[in-house]
Design a protein around this ligand. Structure first.
Ligand code: UD1
Ligand code: MG
Length: 453
């Protein structure tokens, strides 16, 4: 069945071409990450959740890395628009006109540096515009005690938005206003493009401000609606300090959601999640745990303190940590245990397997119920290529064993502690590869006597 595009169609323009000079970074501002995902991709995902007709992202000509990231992630779901010169937010929206083609409904304008914006908020703006034909546009406002650089929403005597004034252009009286512009707008498409043609750059920055369309719309007899929402959601990131603020807010949101879904966090503030972290029911996360991207944890898993997980999958009932590191490709089977100072990469620990202390398991398969002794190392890299280690079910690897890959340890085999194993071991065999012990009776005593006299 063909899904009908929502009529009263909505299109989204996401502005991302700004230089972001205040970040002092070689990376384009919108590619800085929040909860391990570039800010811009947060905004694109939020926009796509509205099922819009089009999402167009405006970048500057040199932002090839941004366009490549969009292409990789979204293929043709996102249209590219290029703003030749960064002449302000109004000019940037103009640059997206061609990408919007035949859009006649509502255009939502978002900023790539506002990563916490929620789909519900955008939907409510579009709904308000649809409901009230007197409105030409709807802006999204927020109350901020110390508004610094934010544009201020100036209301008329009927409390309708009359215009937006940028902080740099504001009088002292206007600066005292705490009702701020988040930057997000919903505008009727035809009105938007006709007003953009009327913008001037007579202001402190000599830029074409999108915000000026409010006063222009009023002049033409349209009203400007406003929705107010929580300022935390609308935080615009211009500096590293604001990036840290966005991160903190996103973390709070992610932790809350994980707890609502049935995970226990003993100290939520010390657990860091990636935006795609998946935690099952009755997962218990102890203090000081960091989740990188791509982690999936099934029900009833316990993650003890000071663990770092990234690109890992953990099955039901497993116990991880304290002090464990799961790197990409780690798969921890049902009820398996990974203990302190154990690093696992591209390796599967099957059901009930245990690696409890001080080990590196890389490019390996550890069979069901196998026991990996303290200090076991899979020597997977010869300086050129990676090689696999296969450990059979219920095998027992003695402490301080080096397994020189490629190597296969059969089911039920036992490896003597301190061995360097470079040849395959057959099932149920004992392999010991260490220098035989010598004993000299009475040597220690006579040594002491010699030294003490
Ligand atoms: C803008 C608003 C301000 C609002 C604030 C909220 C204007 C004139 N001002 O100010 O009222 O309070 O956001 O965060 O709109 N961009 C381009 N091309 C350009 C300039 C900017 O694509 O030529 C993009 C940037 O990449 C960014 C967004 O537009 O994603 C906002 O630009 P920024 O310079 O951060 O505007 P603010 O000064 O924060
Ligand atoms: Mg900004």
């Amino acid at each position: 069945m063909k899904i009908k595009a929502q009529s009263d169609a909505v299109a989204c323009i996401i502005l991302a071409a700004g230089k972001g000079t205040r970040m002092k970074s070689k990376l384009p501002k919108v590619m800085h990450e929040v909860a391990r995902k570039p800010m811009l991709l947060h905004v694109v995902d939020t926009a796509l959740a509205l099922k819009p007709q089009t999402v167009a992202v405006v970048t500057s000509p040199d932002m090839t890395s941004v366009r490549n990231a969009l292409e990789r992630q979204y293929k043709d779901k996102v249209a590219n628009a290029i703003q030749q010169e960064q002449r302000g937010t109004g000019d940037a929206v103009k640059a997206a006109k061609a990408a919007l083609k035949d859009v006649t409904g509502t255009v939502l304008i978002l900023y790539g540096d506002t990563p916490l914006i929620r789909t519900e908020t955008l939907a409510s703006m579009a709904a308000l515009l649809k409901k009230n034909s007197k409105l030409g546009l709807v802006v999204l406002g927020m109350e901020i005690d110390m508004p610094n650089d934010y544009g201020r929403l100036i209301l008329d005597k009927n409390s309708n938005v009359e215009r937006i004034v940028e902080a740099r252009d504001a009088t002292a009286k206007e600066k005292a206003v705490t009702l701020c512009n988040s930057g997000v707008m919903a505008v009727r498409a035809n009105l938007l493009f006709s007003l953009l043609g009327k913008l001037t750059n007579k202001n402190a920055k000599n830029e074409y401000y999108l915000t000026d369309i409010v006063a222009l719309a009023r002049k033409e007899g349209h009203s400007c609606g406003m929705i107010k929402t929580d300022s935390l959601e609308l935080l615009g990131v211009n500096s590293r300090a604001e990036l840290a603020c966005a991160e903190a807010n996103m973390q709070r949101r992610l932790r809350k959601k994980a707890m609502e879904n049935g995970a226990t966090f003993i100290d939520p503030a010390s657990v860091f999640l990636a935006c795609d972290t998946k935690l099952g029911q009755d997962v218990v996360v102890h203090p000081h745990v960091v989740f990188g991207p791509g982690v999936e944890v099934a029900d009833n898993v316990e993650i003890r303190s000071f663990c770092h997980l990234e690109g890992a999958k953990v099955y039901e009932g497993a116990i991880i940590g304290p002090f464990a590191r799961l790197r990409p490709g780690a798969v921890i089977g049902e009820s398996a245990h990974v203990g302190n100072f154990v690093e696992i990469k591209q390796a599967m620990l099957e059901r009930g397997a245990k690696a409890n202390h001080l080990s590196y398991i890389g490019d390996a398969n550890v069979g069901e119920g196998a026991n990996i002794g303290a200090g076991t190392i899979t020597c997977n890299y010869d300086g050129y290529a990676k090689h696999r280690t296969v450990i059979g079910n219920n095998a027992f690897i003695g402490s301080n064993t080096a397994l020189v890959a490629p190597v296969i340890i059969g089911d039920g085999a036992v490896i003597g502690a301190g061995s360097t194993i470079s040849e395959d071991v057959e099932p149920d065999a004992l392999a010991i590869a260490r220098a035989p012990q010598k004993q000299k009776s009475g040597w220690a005593k006579s040594f002491r006597n010699r030294k003490n006299n």
